[in-house]
Design a protein around this ligand. Sequence first.
Ligand code: MG
Length: 161
Amino acid sequence: MSDIRIGQGYDVHKLAEGEALILCGIKIDYHKGTIAHSDGDVAIHALCDAILGALALGDIGQHFPDTSDKFKNIDSTILLTEVMKMINTHGYILGNADITLALEEPKMRPYIMAMRARLAPLLGTDISRISIKATTTEHLGFTGRGEGIAAYASVLLLERL
Ligand code: MG
């Protein structure tokens, strides 16, 4: 039997008026956006951490420190591409990915297909292996108050035969 590895990731970014909101590499039309050293794409950050977790290679902050000017305002899809190279060099391929976004608004439904289509080529897999879901937190907590967005990601890596 070939080796399989599972990983999970979690990320949070604060929301502020007038900032850009980018989730899963897609620009979202909203009056608030994430404050971050990078482009603040919490979903891709959680996904990178899930992959790094599956490979037991630490976390995104270790590989792409937010103290480095090199990563200032960086497009997070570039970070994901770097993490995908690590999957490859370690002899794995991505089996599937499942992402959950927790935010009160705006509604994610109109963006889900575009997000999956954006991530599929970056993850080197078919759109049918990428799931993106969103939930509100019923006005509870920092996500419920619109102070921030949280993202959870799980991935399965398969040994490349
Ligand atoms: Mg982050």
